[in-house]
Design a protein around this ligand. Structure first.
Ligand code: ADP
Ligand code: MG
Length: 373
């Protein structure tokens, strides 16, 4: 019997929101909160998963994975579609069969549904474990793709690849500058520690559902915009193309397009500023990103706007909502000494407006997925 433990982190996206599926740029970093998979091989050809999130184990024959996914996914509980979907996607992608049965016990301290990508963490941990134990030989980028395939096809959530890449490739005190078209990824030093900066996450507790509603509508608007402009993806447009876009499309589609095009530019500017002036200088870009999501992409909610406004009023360098939107978390870049004041101000602003108390905590840019034991 083979045993071992693998883990993968959640992530925060510093900037570059809803640009990933438009084949553009993102700048996420892995955080210190992780999902772990303890694996033991079995004598039979079955796969059994359990999670601290839902103690009821789910067990299926490995040969049945191809019947369950993609169309029969209702046969297993939603959470189990993540790890079982990863197993299915791995076998599909590699053509491997006759792999060993496995028992996977999943634990996590990544907050679920808070915009920190607990989904990429469970995918990355599972993919890393099975890749090693089944000796599939896939590299980290290939494993990120496996995670996306599982999430898109086995879970049925139409997400991009940013979260999985951040979770697979993260490094300490660094972000991953990712070109979502080529999947070329560069490690970009953040220098938060040297500059005395902290990254605060302000979880609003407002829940979002990626697989439904607004997210799909935004993706469709982006596809429509690219089609009208005659380009494969919005990535192919620059801010200079926006006047022509405005002439050619309806107001809503145009504003969706403008968010993506200007957001791509803000990611490029952030990378340049980090390498030049340093992290204290990226505040205005974070704020502009938030305004674009609030006004043009229309994916913010009053709780997120309140968090950003209150953090800025209390001295944050920059702040924005992060993640897919419609709830989840905002982030603020804050000088170490200002963390208590910003935390108190955001908490007080939530109380004033009758919102339930936010959960506010710092995150540290951290290492990506790997084997722990
Ligand atoms: P997030 O922003 O946290 O990624 P998602 O909706 O994309 O939110 O993914 C959350 C879902 O992923 C959960 O509802 C659950 O189905 C699954 N999931 C995440 N972490 C775990 C875990 N540790 N155990 C079981 N399922 C998990
Ligand atoms: Mg997710």
């Amino acid at each position: 019997m083979t045993t071992g433990t693998w883990s993968a982190p959640g992530r925060v996206n510093l900037i570059g929101e809803h640009t990933d599926y438009n084949e553009g740029f993102v700048l996420p970093f892995a955080i210190e909160y992780r999902t772990s998979v303890a694996l033991a091989t079995r004598d039979d050809a079955r796969i059994r998963v359990s999670s601290s999130f839902d103690p009821e184990p789910v067990e299926v024959a490995i040969a049945d994975l191809a019947e369950i996914f993609p169309d029969g996914r209702d046969q297993v509980p939603e959470w189990a579609r993540y790890p079982l979907g990863v197993a299915w996607a791995l076998l599909q992608a590699t053509g491997a069969d006759a792999v060993a049965g496995v028992e996977l016990a999943i634990t996590s301290d990544v907050p679920i549904g808070a915009g920190l990508s607990s989904s990429a963490a469970i995918e990355g941990a599972t993919a890393s474990a099975l890749n090693d134990v089944w000796e599939l030989g896939l590299d980290r980028v290939a494993l990120a793709r496996i995670g996306r395939t599982a999430e898109n096809e086995a879970v049925g959530a139409p997400t991009g690849i940013m979260d999985q890449m951040a979770s697979m490739l993260g490094r300490e005190d660094a972000a991953i500058f990712l070109d979502c078209r080529s999947l070329d990824a560069q490690v970009v030093d953040l220098g938060f520690a040297a500059a005395g900066l902290e990254l605060l996450v302000m979880d609003t507790h407002v829940t979002h559902a990626h697989s439904t509603g607004g997210y799909g509508e935004r993706r469709a608007a982006c596809e429509r915009g690219a089609e009208i402009m005659g380009v494969p993806a919005l990535r192919d447009l620059t801010p200079e193309d926006l006047p022509r876009a405005q002439e050619l499309m309806d107001d809503v589609t145009f504003r969706r397009v403008r968010h993506v095009v200007t957001e791509d530019q803000r990611v490029l500017d952030t990378v340049a500023i980090l390498a030049g002036s340093g992290p204290e200088a990226i505040g205005p870009l974070l704020l502009a990103s938030h305004a674009s999501m609030r006004d043009d992409f229309e994916i913010s909610v009053p709780e997120l706007d309140t968090a950003v406004e209150a953090a800025m009023a209390a001295g944050a360098i920059g702040a924005r909502m992060t993640g897919g939107g419609f709830g989840g978390a905002a982030i603020a870049l804050v000088r170490h000494a200002d963390v208590p004041a910003v935390t108190d101000a955001v908490t007080a602003a939530f109380a004033d407006r009758g919102f339930s108390a936010p959960n506010i905590f710092t995150v540290l840019p951290s290492a990506g997925a790997g084997r722990d034991a």
